[in-house]
Design a protein around this ligand. Structure first.
Ligand code: EPU
Length: 302
């Protein structure tokens, strides 16, 4: 979708929003799949209510992009523009055991920065790509921890109320890869309360998680992490593996040989290829195990 009306373009400039026409979503996602649209880069949280009013009153549909690491975007010209926060400098400010973090901050860098200041708890998330806002929205977790456990406060743009609100941690429910945020809520910043731990001890935990991840996940390849959630009490990766589906491909979309719940783009996979692979695997698991797998990856298909 292209914004060509000069009045909208001028207003975007007034709001300090940078318009990048015809951005490739393939270049902005870890799967390297996705078509093109206009990208709006937001520098000031305070401009968001006016920006959203501008887009809505001109009937410009939009979506919020985080780090693009858990996302499968459709092919071709996309029917909505994409909004993305620009990370301020600095994007993490520490105050005792509190870490005030911008939603656009890189998750891995945030975990490392806090660790260097003797703040731990988030070791399990070290190899998870993406932004802190993206991790927060879906309550990312690994190796027995989840980010939600450390949330003290969240600054969020609530589309329904058309305003920026501060929510306390107890007002948000964090479940397995799910939160009570509305789909159109936009994460802006979070305050994490982290336990004090000596850096060396945190580093040990980080090394262990890194090693486990390296040995079981296809880290150097283009993927969106796990494609499906684990059903209660079961492992999706193990089920797909037991069905002998590692290596199953549709075009360049392929079930990873290393971890069967990771689907990788081995070259120039399209969204159509990846969606066909997802449908095929879902059907085979349903047939054999009677389990309806739920997507973990977020799909933006036109
Ligand atoms: N397994 C297989 N074959 C495979 C993959 C896994 O037999 O191809 C078996 C493993 O041997 C193990 C069990 O399945 O006994 C579970 O595997 P793993 O420890 O890799 O964990 P997972 O349940 O597949 C979850 C998260 C990961 C997270 C890891 C580590 C989900 C959907 N996945 O994977 O998160 O990194 O635990 O805590 O909850 C993600 O969210 O994108 C993600 C990758």
């Amino acid at each position: 979708m292209r914004i060509s009306d000069p009045k909208i373009v001028a207003r975007l400039a007034e709001l300090g929003v940078e318009l990048k026409p015809g951005a490739s979503l393939a270049a902005l996602t870890s799967l390297a799949i996705g078509g093109t649209t206009d990208l709006l880069r937001i520098r000031k949280h305070e401009s968001i209510p006016d920006l959203l009013t501008l887009l809505d009153s001109n009937h410009v549909p939009h979506k919020f992009l985080g780090g693009g690491s858990n996302l499968l975007v459709g092919d071709g010209e996309l029917p909505w523009v994409v909004l993305q926060l620009v990370s301020p400098d600095p994007d993490v400010i520490l105050e005792g055991n509190l870490a005030h973090v911008d939603a656009a901050a890189d998750l891995g860098r945030t975990v490392t920065y806090c660790a260097k200041h003797d703040l731990g708890g988030m070791e399990g998330l070290i190899g998870v790509p993406g932004t802190v806002g993206g991790a927060l929205r879906m309550n990312a977790g690994a190796y027995g921890m989840q980010i939600g456990s450390y949330v003290r406060e969240v600054k969020v743009y609530r589309a329904a109320a058309r305003k920026i609100e501060i929510l306390r941690g107890h007002q948000i429910s964090f479940e397995y890869r799910h939160t009570s945020f509305a789909p159109d809520d936009m994460m802006l910043a979070v305050t994490l309360e982290l336990p004090s731990k000596p850096y060396n001890e945190i580093l040990k935990g980080i090394r262990i998680c890194n090693e486990k991840r390296r040995s079981s996940q296809p880290l150097g390849q283009k993927s969106a992490g796990c494609i499906f959630k684990n059903p209660p009490g079961a492992s999706t990766g193990r089920m797909i593996d037991e069905l002998g589906l590692k290596g199953l491909s549709v075009g360049d979309a392929r079930v990873s040989d290393r971890h069967a719940n990771f689907f990788v783009n081995t070259g120039h996979a399209s969204a159509k290829d990846m969606l066909a692979l997802i449908a095929e695997v879902r059907e085979r698991v349903q047939k054999t195990y009677g389990v309806e797998l739920e997507n973990e990856v977020v799909v933006w298909n036109a």
